[in-house]
Design a protein around this ligand. Structure first.
Ligand SMILES: Cc1cc2nc3c(=O)[nH]c(=O)nc-3n(C[C@H](O)[C@H](O)[C@H](O)COP(=O)(O)OP(=O)(O)OC[C@H]3O[C@@H](n4cnc5c(N)ncnc54)[C@H](O)[C@@H]3O)c2cc1C
Length: 388
């Protein structure tokens, strides 16, 4: 018996789910709000862990292609003091495939492969318990019915309200993202400073993290404790109401640059050059869902990834999203009848909640230590996670 299954969102969670389900010979409808795969910048680099993201790619039959694309050398991690002193300089051993990096755009294209995504299909509402299944309403006024609707639509999920009243809350820590292109030729000193992987500097309630992507592109994240409206003119509410999750543009580039340079005043000049030479600035306040977010099971609807458990960006969210996508697809593929399908989803949710709750606690505690009044906490955390 063929179930009518829809996954909302073509991010890491939704695409991995669809890839694995398709590999098991089951059709799935993929509905994505963006009008095209490259409608907005894909974002930075992701490290995929052997037992999470890579395991999921294995289940999708894509591990070898991932290994050909990914950057094991990108696991390198350097920590500097605010005066520029190198405190740690960790390099992966040859052949280390524990957490290689891949550009988010490359991962998306890899997963998209032969999948047939319906682009430009923003969901506005999901109504369980309709006469013929679960009703999905779209921004263009159309509606469709499915047996199972999977909300893989990220932090500001439109599926989540059908099963949970939880909404993300601001952590008190914000992030401004900026980037530099072609660093090896245009900014060789900064290329050396960042190295093959990531470089981080931790100060009092502030952190500056730079990550090398492929093609000489470097993303820089300035993180600090601040009220949500630290920069005048920001109106996150309007952004949320419009259903956007891409962060806010700090439109006046030079004003944004000066604000950041003032916030990081006194830090070593080579470190601040990352801000001086970068291009546009995008405000990405860090929101999270409650640490142990669960819900009373609703037949026909479930959530995956950030929609289920948005947590601080400490290298786990995409990994969990992909592993969950793969696991749910395997469970669904193994469920022959409607009753089995619901049981499979219910069992999956229990497993997801336990694991995600643990990671939410770890990443929340980690964020508190990385952007902390006591910068030695960040170094101590690094030594715990990455012993030399
Ligand atoms: C700066 C930063 C760095 C990070 N680094 C890492 C890392 O190194 N490793 C890691 O594991 N994680 C990392 N993360 C976390 C990771 O990005 C997320 O956890 C991951 O993207 C979640 O995947 P997802 O598929 O659940 O959601 P998303 O990636 O948010 O995808 C959701 C998709 O749903 C679509 N959508 C949204 N609303 C609708 C709608 N109404 N209708 C239809 N479609 C909709 C969106 O357009 C999007 O395509 C990082 C996050 C940030 C912010």
């Amino acid at each position: 018996m063929r179930h009518r299954i829809a996954v909302i969102g073509a991010g890491p969670a939704g695409l991995t789910f669809a890839c694995v389900l398709r590999r098991h010979g089951h059709p799935v409808t993929i509905l994505e709000r963006d009008p095209a795969p490259d409608a907005r910048p894909p974002g930075g680099t992701l490290d995929l862990h052997e037992r999470m993201g890579q395991l999921a790619l294995g289940k999708a039959g894509l591990l070898a292609e991932f290994q050909a694309l990914s950057r094991p050398e990108g696991q390198a991690m350097r920590i500097l003091d605010t005066d520029g002193t190198v405190l740690r300089d960790w390099q992966p051993r040859p052949g280390d495939q524990a957490n290689p990096e891949i550009d988010r755009g490359q991962l998306r294209d890899l997963l998209l492969g032969p999948l047939d995504v319906q682009w430009g299909r923003g969901v506005t509402e999901v109504v369980p318990g309709a006469r013929d299944g679960v009703l999905v309403r779209f921004a263009d006024g159309r509606q469709e019915t499915f047996d199972l609707v999977i909300g893989a639509d990220g932090a500001w999920s439109r599926v989540r309200p059908a099963i949970s009243s939880a909404t993300p809350h601001y952590t008190g820590i914000t992030s401004v993202e900026t980037s530099l292109d072609d660093v090896d030729t245009r900014h060789p000193d900064l290329a050396r400073l960042v190295g093959d992987g990531s470089m981080a500097v931790y100060g009092v309630n502030r952190a500056l993290v730079a990550q090398r992507n492929s093609g000489g592109h470097v993303k820089v994240y300035a993180q600090f404790r601040a009220p949500l409206d630290w920069h005048t003119g920001l109106d996150r509410r309007a952004d949320m109401d419009a259903g956007m999750d891409a962060g806010l543009d700090l439109a006046d580039v030079e004003a944004a640059r000066s604000s950041l340079l003032a916030l990081f005043d006194g830090w070593a000049a080579p470190v601040l050059d990352l801000l001086r030479h970068s291009t546009a600035f995008v405000h990405r306040p860090l929101y999270v869902l409650p640490v142990s977010h669960t819900w009373a099971h609703v037949p026909g609807v479930t959530l995956l990834g950030d929609a289920a458990h948005l947590m601080p960006p400490l290298g786990v969210g995409a990994n969990l999203a992909m592993l969950e996508g793969a696991e749910l697809a395997e469970s669904v593929a193994a469920a022959p009848g409607p009753g089995d399908l619901d049981e499979a989803v219910r069992a999956f949710e229990e497993q997801m909640w336990t694991r995600a709750g643990r990671w939410a606690e770890i990443t929340m505690a980690g964020l508190e230590r990385l952007v902390s009044p006591d910068p030695t906490e960040a170094l101590a955390l690094f030594d715990e996670v990455q012993p030399s």
